[in-house]
Design a protein around this ligand. Structure first.
Ligand code: SF4
Length: 436
């Protein structure tokens, strides 16, 4: 493992510097539905999530977050909570007294870059005052305009954008910082983390890294995509906390993340400080929650992910053709079906994302060489779709917008017609391409 700073979240979770890899997930309930969110947190904590993230989309959700935290603590559940903040430095400031960790996205902290820097410094001071941890959480799809104009939408841009914010923390002598650079494209994601790790090492101060593939999708494909990329980085000692994002019940993410954490935490024994075992992992957390077939799939994804992503091999010697196709596609070495991107959903999602995603997959599996995104909300969805060719984005209130690349081409379509319209759109584009 990289020799990183130690980040303490609440009183019981330590991230980095030889501590075992920390497993985390995020609620997909509406934060304003306090009962549902408390119930989901209870389940996620019991399943083995060592940190639980909750979205805070508006100021109205701040008192709900406080109530959720209060109820969990009064039940004796002390899993640290992480507030997920986009587009609002005011909400970021407001949640500091309430939760143990705050994730902000530099790409949307404030539209004006200088103003964003100024507000971030104030935010850091408040986090110091309350002894909080933060995550600087960049995503490939939501880099700030100023950085894209300078460096393009590249892994280098992602690493440089994060490094700038890391340096601000360092200048303010605030070191309770974790950094992430997620992308749905596994090649981009691996390269971005490698670059940032190298930059931090060169600078002499390395903050722990939260590693994950964003919008990985669901089922075997989502698990395999996460495993090939996360395992590649963990095998190089890059990564101290992980999330396996799936467009499913977030509890399903835990056994996969646990598998990865267990497989790679041992690497810490070669670390100068060794692996330390002061993070308490709930006893229910176990890879035994997975069946034999799933363990076989995850193992194959981890075994073959790095050599494929690193172009050390071009094929894999396994007879299971389906698994071979899935792993090769996850590593972007061969595309046997459309590439699907789907966010995991969160408190901003206003429709049945998982079922819709499955319907889109069923109806579009015959198309080749295209990227299709299914996103939970119109606020972050369009930005986070990154390089998708087509996007299905829930607007809320039973309506959907369909995108071609970055352009909304059909707006306010009733949900029950939207999958048909998406298929029509892709089909008519395919016919016109044939005519070109
Ligand atoms: S894109 Fe998905 S995960 Fe991201 S904020 Fe919207 S609903 Fe939540």
């Amino acid at each position: 493992m990289l020799n990183t700073k130690t980040v303490r979240v609440g009183s019981n979770v330590l991230i980095g510097s030889g501590h075992p890899i920390v497993v985390q997930t995020m609620c997909n309930t509406h934060t304003s539905d306090v009962d549902a969110t408390v119930a989901q947190c209870r389940r996620l904590a019991a399943a083995g999530s060592q940190l639980i993230r909750i979205t805070v989309p508006s100021m109205k959700d701040v008192p709900c977050l406080e109530e959720i935290s209060h109820r969990l603590r009064s039940e004796g559940i002390d899993t640290p909570l992480v507030a997920d903040i986009h587009f609002s430095p005011e909400i970021a400031m407001a949640v500091v007294p309430i939760v143990e960790k705050i994730r902000i996205n530099p790409g949307n902290f404030h539209p004006d870059h200088q103003k964003a820097r100024e507000l971030f410094r104030k935010f850091i001071e408040k986090c110091k005052e309350y002894d909080r941890a933060i995550r600087i959480g960049l995503n490939h799809g939501s880099l700030g305009k100023y950085i894209i104009d300078k460096y393009g939408n590249t892994p280098e841009a992602m690493a440089l954008a994060a490094f700038e914010w890391v340096q601000m923390c360092r200048e303010a002598s605030f070191h309770n910082v974790v950094v992430s650079l997620k992308a749905s494209n596994t090649v981009v994601m691996v390269e971005a983390y490698r670059r940032l790790a190298a930059m931090m090492q060169e600078s002499g101060v390395v903050y722990p890294l939260h590693v994950g593939v964003t919008e990985a999708g669901n089922g075997d494909s989502g698990r395999i995509k996460s495993c090939v990329a996360i395992s590649t980085l963990l095998s190089e000692g890059i990564g101290n906390t992980i999330r396996v994002s799936l467009t499913e019940d977030p509890a399903n993410e835990i056994p996969v993340a646990r598998y990865l954490a267990d497989r790679y935490s041992d690497l810490g024994s070669s670390h100068p400080f060794g692996v330390r075992d002061d993070n308490v992992i709930p006893s229910e957390a176990s890879v035994s929650q997975m069946d034999e077939r799933m363990t076989y799939i995850l193992k194959a994804a981890c075994d073959w992910g790095a050599p494929l992503l690193n172009h050390e091999i071009d094929d894999i010697p396994i007879e299971d053709e389906y698994l071979k196709d899935e792993i090769l596609q996850a590593c972007r070495r061969r595309f046997y079906k459309p590439e699907y991107i789907a966010c995991p959903g969160c408190g901003r999602t206003l429709y049945d994302l998982e079922n819709t995603f499955n319907r889109v997959k069923e109806r579009t599996s015959h198309f080749k060489n295209i990227v299709i995104a299914v996103m939970g909300c119109i606020v972050n969805g369009p930005g986070e779709m990154a390089d998708a060719d087509y996007g299905y984005v829930g607007e809320g209130f039973g309506k959907v917008t369909l995108y071609r690349k970055k352009d909304p081409v059909l707006r306010h379509i009733p949900e029950d017609e939207a999958v048909d319209k998406l298929v029509e759109l892709i089909s008519s584009d395919s016919v016109s391409r044939l005519g070109d």
